[in-house]
Design a binder for this molecule. Structure first.
Ligand code: MD6
Ligand code: FE
Length: 200
């Protein structure tokens, strides 16, 4: 495992070995059986290129009504619990005494991307956001705590964990592109990114 810090974002490359990645992949497969991926729409009505779902007490959703956390899937059911294997990752890297209340699931098919954004819909910024990457490699762009200015990019691979906390908690970041076919973890290909957060 290699640990690097870019602009305060701590990246553990190879945090999960193949068996650990398979455990998380299978647990998320179970979550998606009861909370299927959906196509989020921005408040301005633009379809996002990722599909989303969530686990935990809250899921992050977006539609014409805005960005927010909701205790239920758009179909009306409660979100499934956050799998233990992911809670363990949180305990190992977050340095936060509180457990995660949301594990957001982002699925990237070939060509999907995520524009530069801040994660700022949570009430308590003293807890970090912890991300786990599965499947295809993705080019992660890290900017500044205000919009604009220079950015730095790093490839995230399957099994990598990124922690955005402290002074980096509100940094702008996004995914420019993925490398289709770079991983054999997901049978249908693509990439899954899991981000755990304390919401309240
Ligand atoms: C992604 N990640 O890797 C998008 N947010 O697909 C995020 O938006 C993110 O990696 C907060 C903290 C870490 C992240
Ligand atoms: Fe984010």
């Amino acid at each position: 495992m290699t640990r690097l810090t870019i602009r305060g974002v701590v990246i553990y490359q190879g945090f999960l070995d193949r068996a650990g990645q398979e455990t998380v992949r299978d647990a998320i497969g179970d979550v998606l059986q009861s909370a299927p991926l959906f196509e989020p729409v921005t408040p301005r009505g633009k379809k996002m290129s990722v599909r989303m779902s969530a686990a935990g007490q809250y899921g992050w959703v977006t539609d014409r009504k805005g960005y927010r956390y909701e205790p239920q899937h758009p179909q009306g059911q409660a979100w499934p619990a956050i799998p233990n294997c992911l809670q363990e990752v949180w305990e190992q890297v977050s340095g936060c005494a509180r457990p995660p209340e949301c594990c957001l699931i982002n699925h990237y098919a070939a060509g999907a991307r995520m524009g530069l954004h801040q994660d700022r819909d949570e009430a308590d910024f003293t807890c970090p956001v912890v991300s786990v990457s599965l499947g295809d490699d993705a080019l992660f762009r890290i900017g500044n705590t205000t919009r604009g200015g220079p950015t730095q990019s790093v490839w995230l691979s399957s099994g990598d964990v990124a922690v955005m906390g402290g002074d980096a908690r509100l940094i702008y970041h996004g995914i420019d592109r993925t490398r289709a076919g770079s991983s054999t973890l997901l049978p249908q290909g693509g990439r899954i990114n899991l981000t755990m957060r304390v919401v309240t």
